[in-house]
Design a protein around this ligand. Structure first.
Ligand SMILES: [Zn+2]
Length: 233
């Protein structure tokens, strides 16, 4: 048990965060990014060194707010009646190294996993990928077993996430990060979509990847021309 205290945390904020984590976990299930009891969602509780994480062995379809567990950044239990996911050390390590992030998601989404199993990066062959993720989806440098707590292996995953919000873990799955729980879910959905496009394009032909110049254009385009500006209609 951790000595970390939850004193002073606004209960309404924590309750809202629990609700959002459950919604994101359901979203993973509904979008077929996780099956059975696989997949993990973890969210940093603002202004604390604590993380909300999904329990081990639960289907994401029947998750409830009260089933979530709170752990500290060393993956020690702070609050909760169930065991946290076996991938909790991976999640808390990323939260520790990337405090600006809100949420880490781990899935075994099938098309992205096909690339991970084949030990191949996802080439950037669709505008969706270039636009949303900004380039190739890298693969973590070395293989690590599920549930790893090895610092060097966890550091490899953090390193792979340096310039992109999604990475592939060899023979295993994907890790996606976001600045909000909803952003992380959106990226997990987009990742599976772009993996599907890339895989089919490779089956059909030898697709040409986006060039550096095109990627830069799309990055600027996203920043300056896409979506709505706050304060305008
Ligand atoms: Zn896994």
């Amino acid at each position: 048990m951790s000595k970390m205290s939850l004193e002073g945390i606004e209960q309404a904020m924590l309750d809202d965060l629990r609700h959002r984590v459950v919604e994101v976990a359901r979203g993973l299930f509904e979008n077929k990014l996780v099956v059975s009891t696989f997949g993990v969602v973890s969210t940093r509780i603002p202004k604390t060194d604590c993380v909300l994480v999904t329990p081990s062995g639960f289907s994401k379809a029947r998750l409830d707010k009260d089933n979530l567990i709170i752990v500290d950044l060393d993956a020690n239990l702070v609050q909760g009646k169930f065991r946290p996911s076996v991938e909790t050390p991976l999640h808390t390590y990323i939260h520790k190294r990337r405090p600006e992030l809100s949420t880490v998601i781990h899935t075994h989404s099938p098309m992205a996993c096909a690339f991970a199993a084949a030990n191949r990066e996802i080439p950037c062959v669709s505008a969706e990928q270039a636009f949303h993720l900004g380039g190739r989806i890298p693969i973590v440098r070395k293989y690590s077993l599920p549930g790893t707590t090895e610092r060097t292996e966890l550091e490899n995953i953090v390193k792979a996430l340096e310039n992109i919000d999604a990475v592939l873990m060899r023979k295993h799955g994907v890790v996606v990060v976001g600045r909000t729980p909803e952003e992380a879910l959106d990226t997990a959905i987009v990742l599976e979509d772009i993996a599907t496009i890339a895989l089919h394009s490779i089956v059909l032909s030898r697709p040409i990847e986006f060039s550096r110049r095109e990627l830069k254009y799309l990055k600027d385009f996203k920043k300056t021309r896409y979506g709505q500006k706050l304060g305008t209609t």
